[in-house]
Structure formats: structure tokens, C-alpha cells
Design a protein around this ligand. Structure first.
Ligand code: NG1
Ligand code: ZN
Length: 546
């Protein structure tokens, strides 16, 4: 044990913390300019090793800053079943990250004591990274941290975030979830996709064609690996594959969702079915342009609607009584919530922003479909739900319709990466559903019409002055802000607006929706002004959009 700590001391001096630097383990781990992260990475290697001893399981560490600019990077820990790190350990992560160099050993020992960690136990950490130029040395710093505390490591190199989550879950379920290799991932998902596709009636090559914007990130090369298993059932053209353009620059799911326009670098014709991944391929949005050149976005809400409709129909056909729910955040378009509740009659839950909140809420149902409007999401099946589906799929004394539905459900379970939102897995599921239902992207889009909406950012001196309640839909401080928002919302038809401090950027986010784009834009602007005035705005007041 003493020796181990000696190594920590020696190695940590190679990854020194800039004095005074304070960073927070936020909604998506640590995320900031890559230059500030070397010591964080080393320390997260240490922490993951402790977490592995504590849980007696393999832990994951992913080096990525997702949809942030190329200059940024970040890191997040993955818990044993592939889920996000538990909250108490997020606090340990923040403490360890902010401890000055000379206090590092004391901070480590503090965690070891508090959690009664047996340092004699073995530890194993899986490490992955995205394609950022800083990721290679930063992931090496993570590995240094793991080794300094005597942990074993497996470096998966370049993988998508959801692939690393998948590996961790496979390892800890001793292969029950699948094989903990990229090849195992590709073959599990593609086999399920091919089985689902058999239920589609004959499709032309055009109908099988999908245009994918890889955000110039890791999603593009990883999609190519999957594609080689798809036996041409899906014909993919990949744009922004990283060979030329800059990561997330004018492309990727976040750009397309927030700007509400197609990415640059994609040559598409009216009606072509397109989708965009984000930089680490855990988000996906779809879109097309119509013959008049108008852009149509199919975001996480439309994806959740398509998937939950499909699953609900299969449950009815299979005669399975399982409770299905859709989990959203306040950013979900009001039309989607209304459609799901009133027309589809499914349970809808609203949680705070951040995947872990959605994930936990979804776990409360037999089938929990969760999606953020930005396209991050997946489907969770309870153990009971999976068992009932398996049993029915095996049974011999049921009619053809029930059998077909049970097999479809079984393959749906297998195509989904239940550990976390996964652009590749979501894409395969969506493509299979469209094929089975014989649906075009336009028909999918027509299920309901989005309310026009606008997202804006306001810079304030301290965004923590904004505190919220009711799943972030109402602000409780600063005084007067919520009253101001309520007053503004009343001026517009079908309007809704809320504000919250971002967990990944130093800004306050403003969201507004209304019956027309002009109204949504005007409301978003007026609410931004209220935030600037009442919550300590920095710089010039926000200008109107038009
Ligand atoms: P913040 O910056 O807290 O709004 C953003 C996204 C989240 C989530 C995280 C993590 C929006 C409005 N917010 O969080 O949904 O995806 O990043 O990546 O899209
Ligand atoms: Zn991401």
C-alpha cells in the first residue's frame, strides 16, 4: 500500500495541477479547454481505480467533450452496469480534481477511508477516447493514474462513448449482455437489425439509402465498421467523416438541432433521409428538406414518438401487458408531449436535464423510452419485461401474429444499447422501424407538427443565481424572474418558456416555443432580456433576432 502511494506521488508530479484551478464534475463529467485537463485525467484514473475496488467491478473512463469544439476535451466515469457515475462519487471526483498538488495523497486517503476501500483488491479500468487531437495524451494520463494505484487497464483506443459503456456492461455481466469487443458490439447490433429487416416488405435501393453526417468525429469510422456487417440492407453515405473538416464545426447533431438547418459538407437532395451524429456518437437527429427547400428536423422527441408507437403496437399484437412510458425534459416540444399523452395515451414523465435523470426515471417502468430533444436517448427494458418477451418468443403454441410480434420485440431489445444513448444503435432501430412500417421520413414527420421554438444563451456573472424547480420548468430565484417570464408568456399563443443554468457551459439557457416562429423568437428574446436584467447579465443586452 505504501509503495502504491509512493508511485502516486511520483507520477502525479508528471501531471501537476495548475494552482488555484477549480473545475466541477458536471452533467457530463469534466469538460473544458483541453490544456487544463492533464491533472484531471490522471486523477480520474486514480478515482476509477478506487471505484473499481469499491464496486469489485470494471469501471470505464471515456475521454471526450462530445459536441464541444475541437479545442475542448473532457472525461467521465462509467459505473459497473454501463450507467453514469453515482452522485456521491461525482462529489469525490470534484474534490479530487480541485485538491492542490501537495494535498493529493491526503484527499485520496480520505476517499479510501470514507468508502472503506480494500486496497488489496484487484482493480480494472476500461479506457476509451474520441478523435480530438488532445485525446491521445489525455487518455495516457488516465492510464498513468490507473497504473499508479496498481489497477489493471484495457485501452480500447478510439471508440464512441456508448461503445465504451457497452464494453463495461458486457464485462461486468460476464458476457451476458454481449462480448466486450468492438467486433462483438458490431455483430450483436447488426444481427438484430438484419433480423428486424426481414419483416420489411421489398424496398428499393433508394428507400434503403441513408445520408449520415459524422460530425467529423469518431462516429464515422465506427459506423463504417458496423456497415460492413449490414449486408447492404442499409446503404449509407457518410459525410463529415473526419478526413477533411473540423470536429463539430458547422456540423453534427448539436449544430443541426440548435441552428435548425442542415450541416455543411452534406450534399443532399429534397426528400433524402439524413441524420447527424454528435462528436462522440451518443446523439442522433434526423432531417430532410422538402421540394420547396424547407428544412424539417426530426429530433429526439420525434424519435421517442416513433419508437414508442412501434413498441406499443407490438405489445398489443403480442398480447403482452407491459407498462410503457416516455421520459422527456423541459426541452421536449409541447406538441410531442400532447401527442404522446392525448393521442398515444402513454405515460409521460418530465425530469431535469441530464441523461442520468432520464435514465433513472425510465427504470421505473417495464419499458422506458427516454430521449432528450437534442437526440440523446435509448430504451430500457426491465428484467421482467425482457423475460416475458423471451418466453413468448420461444413459445410454440401461439398464433402467427403473436409470434411475429414477440420476435420483433426480442430483436428490438437486442438492437438497442440500453446502457446509454447511442447514435449507431438508435439509427439502426429507427431504420428498421421505418422499413417495417413502410414509412417515409415525411410520413414519420407528419405524426405531429412541432411548435416553433428557439433556444438562446445569456451570459451572466454567476449563473448559479438562477435556481429552478418543477423539473427546471420554473425559476425560484432571482426574485421577480419567474413573474417576468409568466408575464411575457401570456402575450403569445400556445407559448411556453423557461430558463436554467447550463451544466456544461458558463451560460444561462433560454427556451421558448409559441404558435409561430416570429413569436417564439420574440419571446425567447424578451426572456433573454429579463435574464440579463434580473440575473446579472454581462456585456451588452441581447439584441432581437429580427
Ligand atoms: P446543458 O449545458 O446543461 O444544457 C447539455 C444539453 C443536455 C445534455 C448535456 C450533456 C441541451 C439544452 N442541453 O446540457 O441535454 O445533453 O449537454 O451533453 O441540449
Ligand atoms: Zn455526445
Amino acid at each position: 500500500m505504501t509503495d502504491g502511494f509512493k508511485e502516486v506521488l511520483e507520477k502525479s508530479s508528471l501531471h501537476p495541477k495548475p494552482a488555484g484551478l477549480v473545475l466541477q464534475y458536471g452533467t457530463a463529467g469534466f469538460r473544458t479547454n483541453a490544456k487544463q485537463l492533464d491533472h484531471i485525467m490522471f486523477r480520474m484514473g486514480l478515482l476509477a481505480t478506487l471505484r473499481s475496488r469499491k464496486t469489485k467491478a470494471t469501471i470505464g473512463v471515456m475521454v471526450t467533450a462530445s459536441h464541444n469544439p475541437e479545442e475542448d476535451n473532457g472525461v467521465k466515469l462509467i459505473d459497473p452496469m454501463g450507467e453514469m457515475l453515482t452522485a456521491t462519487w461525482e462529489d469525490f471526483a470534484t474534490q479530487l480534481a480541485n485538491t492542490e498538488q501537495k494535498e493529493l495523497l491526503a484527499a485520496l486517503k480520505d476517499i479510501i477511508n470514507k468508502e472503506a476501500i480494500n486496497m488489496k483488491l484487484e482493480a480494472e479500468v476500461f479506457v476509451g477516447k474520441d478523435t480530438r487531437s488532445s485525446s491521445a495524451s489525455l487518455s495516457q494520463a488516465v492510464l498513468d493514474g490507473v497504473h499508479a494505484l496498481g489497477g489493471q487497464s484495457k485501452d480500447y483506443g478510439l471508440v464512441t462513448t456508448p461503445q465504451l459503456h457497452y464494453m463495461v456492461c458486457c464485462q461486468n455481466s460476464h458476457g451476458q449482455y454481449g462480448e466486450a469487443t468492438v467486433e462483438g458490439y458490431c455483430s450483436k447490433l447488426s444481427q438484430a437489425f438484419l433480423a428486424l429487416s426481414k419483416n420489411a416488405s421489398n424496398r428499393t435501393d433508394d428507400q434503403k439509402h441513408l445520408f449520415v453526417d459524422g460530425a467529423n468525429g469518431i462516429g464515422a469510422p465506427k459506423l463504417r465498421e458496423v456497415e460492413s456487417h449490414l449486408k447492404k440492407q442499409l446503404q449509407i453515405s457518410i459525410f463529415n467523416d473526419g478526413s477533411r473538416g473540423k470536429l463539430n464545426h458547422q456540423c453534427g447533431a448539436d449544430f443541426v438541432k440548435v441552428q435548425q438547418k442542415p450541416p455543411t459538407g452534406v450534399e443532399i437532395s429534397p426528400g433524402d433521409r439524413c441524420c447527424s451524429f454528435d462528436g462522440d456518437a451518443d446523439r442522433i437527429v434526423y432531417y430532410y428538406t422538402d421540394s420547396r427547400g424547407f428544412f424539417h428536423l426530426l429530433d429526439g422527441d420525434k424519435i421517442a414518438t416513433l419508437i414508442s408507437t412501434f413498441l406499443k403496437e407490438l405489445l398489443v399484437q403480442a398480447g403482452l401487458d407491459l407498462k410503457i412510458a416516455v421520459v422527456q425534459t423541459a426541452y421536449a416540444n409541447g406538441s410531442s408531449t400532447r401527442y404522446l399523452e392525448d393521442t398515444m395515451k402513454v405515460i409521460v414523465r418530465c425530469t431535469k436535464t441530464g441523461v442520468k435523470h432520464l435514465h433513472h426515471a425510465a427504470q421505473e417502468f417495464d419499458i422506458g423510452v427516454y430521449f432528450e430533444a437534442n437526440g440523446h436517448g435509448t430504451v430500457l427494458f426491465s428484467k421482467t419485461a425482457e423475460e416475458k418477451v423471451q418466453l413468448l418468443a420461444k413459445s410454440t403454441n401461439i398464433n402467427d401474429e403473436r409470434k411475429r410480434a414477440a420476435l420483433l420485440l426480442q430483436n428490438t431489445v437486442n438492437v438497442i444499447n440500453q446502457t446509454v444513448g447511442d447514435a449507431i444503435s438508435d439509427m439502426l432501430l429507427i431504420e428498421a422501424i421505418l422499413a417495417i412500417k413502410g414509412m417515409t421520413v415525411q410520413q414519420w414527420d407528419a405524426i405531429y407538427s412541432d411548435l416553433p421554438n428557439r433556444q438562446l444563451k445569456v451570459t451572466v456573472s454567476d449563473r448559479r443565481v438562477i435556481e429552478t424547480t418543477d423539473a427546471e420548468r420554473r425559476a425560484v430565484s432571482p426574485a421577480g424572474l419567474q413573474e417576468a417570464i409568466d408575464g411575457l408568456v401570456k402575450k403569445y399563443k400556445q407559448a411556453r418558456s423557461f430558463v436554467r443554468p447550463s451544466g456544461t457551459e458558463d451560460v444561462v439557457r433560454v427556451y421558448a416555443e409559441a404558435d409561430s416562429q416570429e413569436s417564439a423568437d420574440a419571446l425567447a428574446h424578451e426572456v433573454s432580456l429579463a435574464v440579463h436584467r434580473l440575473a446579472g447579465g454581462v456585456g451588452a443586452e441581447p439584441k432581437p433576432l429580427h
